[in-house]
Each structure stands twice: as structure tokens, then as C-alpha cells.
Design a protein around this ligand. Sequence first.
Ligand code: ZN
Ligand code: ZN
Length: 413
Amino acid sequence: MSLHPSDKRLDEYAALLIRIGLGLRPGMTLVLSCPVDCAPFARKCAAAAYDAGCREVVMSWRDDALSRMKFLHADDAIFDTTAEWQKQFFNGYAEQGAAYLAIAASDPMNLHGVDPDRIQRSTRAGGRDLRPFYDAQMGNRFPWCIASVPIPSWAKKVFPDLPEEEAMDALWQAIFDAVRVNGRGDAVSAWQEHLARLERLTDTLNTLRFARLHYTNSLGTDFTVALPEGHIWQSGADRTADGHVFVANMPTEEIFTAPDRNSGNGTLVASMPLVHDGNVIRGIRFTVRDGKITEACADEGEEVLRAAIAVDEGASYFGELALVPTDSPVSRQGILFFQTLFDENAACHIAFGEAYPCLENAARMTREERIAHGLNDSITHVDFMIGTPDMHITGITQDGKEIPVFRNGNFAL
Ligand code: ZN
Ligand code: ZN
């Protein structure tokens, strides 16, 4: 942390994550996952949590250097297993309904050159052994929030021309701008206003119940996609079953739903590079027929792209449509963060792979029923940006009426 530890914005940010991100209630336990490099900020989050009446803050420390070492040198067999204590830790706290705050800060290139098979097997083992945790998280059975703070390796990737200290300060400033923290103490009220605005737009889209969307811009995107019957647009705040409101991603600017997996047709051209498993893919162009990516080209990283959409059957179909205006604070900065948490809030995006259950009654449906309703199924979910300042999106209603949703990169609703 190169900012002065007494910088007011640090306390304001920590308090924002605890109060708006998690909506932490007195008596709750907080599981805090954080890189060791960011310990000073973790302490600020813990202080804000105890301030809010937290029962206990439990730490889960991580480290880029140690995880890279493990992927390079550990015994090959360990990538198919998860330690017993880890299962008990994550699954146990999830079952208790403990709040979960993840500080995501990583060198985007940390796993560059690591055997991709080890990464995939380890992801698969985690997905299997920590299933109770992930199911509870995706089912909003506990409040959770993912946020970020700078570390030097990441800051240097974002600002390669600046010396390390200055790069750190520049990334702090970019993050504070993105999460509406300015040191004047009004971040919480700014977020309440922001979330209310997202909710109004979401309500409008849910009332319109479009049958299809049509995207166009001068980069060459010309894409039509259908929305499943009973689809719901979602944004900003989430709720647990007992009405506990939390914000899973900070920042968040998107309003999103799931497409009908078999319906997309046309051309999609990415407007930003995609950072995937330590690789940068530039100049992505997809040709799509009946929902499936039939042609995947890129100016750089084409092989990585082709491998990413071939992970399983569902990886070459789409699972998310997200609307992000170019007047959002992340978008206005024009910075490539090399981290999805920020970059996906810079532009309209689409994800290939797993669909979010953005469907009426999805919580009561089996996986098979969701697929039958048009939701995509995959072990992967990768967002890529398509939004530009000249993007138009038109909604087509059930009775064929055309309504502007986006004009010139911003909401027209
Ligand atoms: Zn998204
Ligand atoms: Zn996504």
C-alpha cells in the first residue's frame, strides 16, 4: 500500500464494502479472503466489520507467488484434490451463513506459462469439493462481495510507463473513481442512488419483456439474439431469502440477463482485449449461427481463444447479455484494468459459457429444466466486451415493435 495509511479514502472504501457490499448485520461472522500483500487493507475491512457489530472476522490468506510456485513445482497428484481443512472451512462457514468478502488482487500474468492442464484440473477439483460453498454462494444463501485493491505487479501491468510507486497510486485513484469513493464520506449515499437508478432501468426492461435484441456498431458487430420466455433482467443489489441486501461485485454498472442459447445469429466484434488465464487475446471476431460460435478469429491469441470456447459443448454458446453505458465511471476512465471485475463494467458485454439463472422460478428448477428453457450450461463463463460509444441496441417486443434500448453507447430508455 503506497497511499498513506491514514488516507481517509481507505477507511471510506473499507466501510463501503462492509455496509453496502455485504450489508453486514450485527452478530454475523465475516470470512475475509485477501492476498498477504494487502494485509493493511484487510485490517481496515476487519475494523469496519467489528464497527458494524461483526461476531468474528476469519481470515483466508492468499499469495500469487506461492500459488505460482505450487502450479509449477508441486506433486502432480495434488491438482485433483482439495485439502480436508479447506472443504471444512469454506463449506462450513457457507452452511452457517457467514458473510464472505473477497479482495481480488492478482498479477494478471501470474499463471503465464503454467501447464493449462494443472489449472483446469485444480479448477475442476475445487468446483467439485467446494460445491456446497459455490451452490450456497450462487443461490445467495449468504451475503458476499468481491472487490479489489492494487498490488505492485498488477499496477505495473495497467500503467507500464510509470515507476512502481506512481503506478500503485494511479491504480488506487482509478479504483476509487470506479467505486465512487472520494474521501468526502458520501460513498454510501452515492451507492444507494446508483443502485436505485439501476433498479429503475431493470424494472423498465422487465416490463418491456423483449422477444429479441439487435446490436450494431461501426466495429462490425451486427447480432440478433432472442431472450427466453420468462427471462429476468438483474442488476446491482442481490438478496438472500431472508431479505438481506448485498452487492456481489463492487463496482457494478451492468444490467444483465441470459440469452436463449440456440438463438444468436450474426457477427460479434470485441471492443477490448480479453485477458484469459494469463493470456491477452486481441481483436476477437465471432461468427454465430443458431447460438453457436462457428468461427472464432483474433489478431493475437487466436489459439487460446479457440481452446477457451472448446472447453465443453456449452463453451461455444452464450450465457450472458450485459448492458453497460459508456457514461459509467469505469468506462469514462478508458483504462484496461486486466481484471474482469473492472473491465466488464467498462462496456456492454456478452459471456460464452454458463448462464446465470436469470429466469422466473429458476431457483425451483433443476439444471435440466433450465436448459430446456434455453439457458446455457457449461463449466466456463468468460465475459468479452463488445460495447462502443457508437453502439445501438434495439429491443423487439413480442408483437414486433422496435424500441431503442441503447443509442450511441448509452441507455435510450
Ligand atoms: Zn457481466
Ligand atoms: Zn459474466
